[in-house]
Design a protein around this ligand. Sequence first.
Ligand SMILES: *Cc1c(COP(=O)(O)O)cnc(C)c1O
Length: 501
Amino acid sequence: MPSSVAKEGYQFQRANSRNQQSSSCPSRSASGSPAAVTPPSCDDVVDEALAELQLQSQQQKQKQKQMIHSVKGRSGWQIKSSKLAFNTHNRIRNIVESLKIKPNPEKPMIPLSIGDPTTFGNLKAADETMKAVLHSLESGKFNGYAHTQGHEASRQAVAQYSAHQRPEGAIETSDVVLCSGCSSALEYCILALADRGQNVLIPRPGFCLYHTLAEGLDIEVRYYDLLPDQQWRADLVQLESLIDENTAALLINNPSNPCGSVFDEKHLRQLIDVCERHYLPIIADEIYEHFVFPGSKHLAVSSLTREVPVLSCGGLTKRFLVPGWRMGWIIVHDRKQRLGNAVIGLKNMCGRILGSNTIIQGALPEILAKTPQSYFDGVIQVLYSNASLAYKMLKQVRGLNPVMPNGAMYMMIGVSIERFPAFKDDTHFVQELVNEQSVFCLPGSCFEYPGYVRIVLTVPLAMIEEACVRIAEFCERHYKKEDSSRSFIEHGLLDEEELGF
Ligand SMILES: *Cc1c(COP(=O)(O)O)cnc(C)c1O
């Protein structure tokens, strides 16, 4: 038996050591009994001692193990979300889900809240745009991974399409980074420039994604105010007061969601000037470039400065009406090489998910070259007609103060909430508007701007008209006439002379 051989060897070793310990021990074989006897045989003593030792060392190991475990807090299943994931919130969803909504069953729902322009079926992608994807697919050439920044030819096409952003010279393919939608472009830019504890300046009212992207990473967002009575230009003094040594970037969204405003050249130069004085790079969310109404002109902020580095974010989503295709890009404008290793950081970001959808990349050159201007003009025409009609109708409604947009797909409407004493704020106003009239707008709170509501302009004209009729009816019903003069007199705050009686 091999085990006995092994045992013999083992015993031989023990015998040697035993002999050193005690030479008077009777041998086990001599005792004639394998059972434990008193006094125990030397072998037994040694066995026991060894067993004891083994047990001790086992227990010690176990104890050590337990100690390690308890030090690390691992005594059971304790899975929890990472801080980043747990602190990532979509403000619109949170606010909308908190509303107590029960649309009026007698009126069909008009959702003026939905930012996806393809929802209503009146705005569709151009045939040329869709055929380009077919061709890309059929070629069979775009099933593999691309360079993480995107295929060379696709980036070349975006560089050409964006030539207006750099009038003095060509955009290189190395300046173009293709991303999964403009959202991912923005994420790369914010993450490439800002560390935990740093801050980024973002507009208020503004698109809530900026906050969503930053907050989980402990990147602070600081809001600079846009002024509704100055065509939503930034309050430059307040903006400048927010800048400190930890400010990593100024984010500009032009044309703006939710305001629909388009900055003129003078204002863009003012913003550039602030950045130049404080050595701040600009992240430009220009997803709505070209989305401007007759009479307005969009200028890329990068076209106005060679001093301030600009990361311009754009994509197919809005202009080509294909949000689901997830194709966006960053154009790096860094004429004086001031971004330093942030450019390397930005490109490193592409390695995280190995680049964007290659079928759409393959289609990009054809999409950008072949989608006709008449198509874009048609879309702008729809938005502009809707904006003009909604503005005209809502301006006549007491308690409302619409701000006519110059671009993008939205309109902000001021609500003089003190004229509607039945409602405590914009969110409450929106909730009851759904419940009575089945018209759903987004409260300004979704954009850090209470006191306003936002409507989308991408719905069919008849729907906008019907929505405005219902909003007017709702407001008339809840509007309380100003009788502040009487209440002021009653409260003794004003006398009749001051009121001019
Ligand atoms: C829609 C939108 C985006 C996101 O675009 P995707 O390409 O769908 O990621 C970014 N910024 C603004 C201001 C938007 O309105």
